[in-house]
Design a protein around this ligand. Sequence first.
Ligand code: NAD
Ligand code: IPM
Ligand code: MN
Length: 359
Amino acid sequence: MSHKIAVIAGDGIGTEVMPEGLRVLEAAAERFNIALSFEHFDFASCDYYLEHGQMLPDDWFDILSKFDAIYYGAVGWPDKVPDHISLWGSILQFRRAFDQYINLRPCRLIPGIKSPLADREPGDIDFYVVRENTEGEYSSVGGRMFEGTEREVVIQDTVMTRTGIDRVLKYAFELAAKRPRRKLTSATKSNGISITMPYWDERVKAMATNYPDVTVDQYHIDILTANFVMHPDWFDVVVASNLFGDILSDLGPACTGTIGVAPSANINPEGRFPSMFEPVHGSAPDIAGKGIANPIGQIWSGAMMLEHLGFEDAGKAIVEAIENVLKEGPEQAPLTPDLKGKGDTQALGKAIAEALSAG
Ligand code: NAD
Ligand code: IPM
Ligand code: MN
């Protein structure tokens, strides 16, 4: 039986890193004898919007529901389509409609990459951000009133549900319980956001009683961002609301050298709907078209996809191939400029695919 993957490259560097992600997935499929079939879609991109006046075809839900997973590049091109239209019309829509309530974002300093934080070595930074992915600050509840007048009012509510919080906390606690350090950090802001965030803290406390072996701490998001920089070694599993998780999952990878390597898995743990795998980064208009985007975030996301589909060995082998190429350093390996190298997107993708096939 072939595993069906919907491929959406999207915009900007999404179209450049996706072929490298697929190159490595094909190498993994061959080495591990996995049957994967890819179907490419041009929707959920700004060019599709310019042609059709909408980001998605009317039957997108039925089309994508039939796949085992969605492999996404990046979306957004603010000069063509306002970001809130392109993003709410694509990735944010998928996360909600397919109930991908977990956004799992590993963050690890890999040998061969220099952290911008002085004296940080591999091993010092190795944690997961578990981001709530379907509610919270990303809500469509609100409105704009008295537009254009001096009394103009704009409101956007945060929505937190007990079910929504508890399910992401449960996932994060389970993950922490499986890791050697068994530590969970909760991102909060209950000193200032006085209704939703105290509720979040309350649910963390309640969930913690089920996991006596997991050490729990919490920080307000302001000092937590500072601690990511000052003490990244404190963290193991960090659980956060939608917005806080978004911020932490760019900051964490930045501390590991570049956001270009960071992967993410948008997971519907029950498997009722397809899960979606995409790099953390966006379409990077500033470097798009130059062929220098780092493809590792896309490739590593492919590894997470294979693990999710049950091919743990293949996923691990891809990560090992990434590590083997990176540890050669920018003089030997064709690393991209964000890794201080002189290589390009394709050369780095090829090097990783070759390392995987050789392994
Ligand atoms: P971005 O992640 O696209 O870029 C931020 C910076 O990081 C840029 O300087 C860029 O060159 C660099 N960068 C990003 N990925 C890189 C890579 N693989 N290799 C090397 N350098 C890389 O964030 P942005 O500039 O805020 O957003 C650009 C567009 O992408 C916007 O439309 C935004 O809404 C969208 N976006 C989409 C996603 C997504 O599809 N999941 C995520 C973030 C932003
Ligand atoms: C991400 C992105 C998206 C988010 C944007 C593009 C809507 O930043 O996947 O991290 O905020 O979730
Ligand atoms: Mn983000």
